[in-house]
Design a protein around this ligand. Structure first.
Ligand code: SF4
Length: 61
């Protein structure tokens, strides 16, 4: 499961991962944090590789 590390995400910009997710699973909440729709996510980990803050984390859950 892909999760957001809120300690690493600066949540002060338009999240670039919204555009790179191939299935449109990422949106952004009112505070600017990315939100992953786990129903849509195929766990390709493109967001994990792309995030320059390393704030997207793949977990075993
Ligand atoms: S792992 Fe892939 S499908 Fe899932 S949110 Fe990240 S980019 Fe989108």
């Amino acid at each position: 499961m892909i999760q957001v590390d809120k300690n690493l995400c600066p949540h002060n910009h338009v999240c670039p991962l919204i555009r790179i997710c191939p299935v449109g699973a990422i949106s952004q909440d009112a505070e600017g944090y990315p939100v992953v729709d786990h129903e849509l996510c195929i766990e390709c980990e493109e967001c994990v590789r792309t995030c320059f803050k390393k704030a997207m984390v793949s977990t075993d859950e």
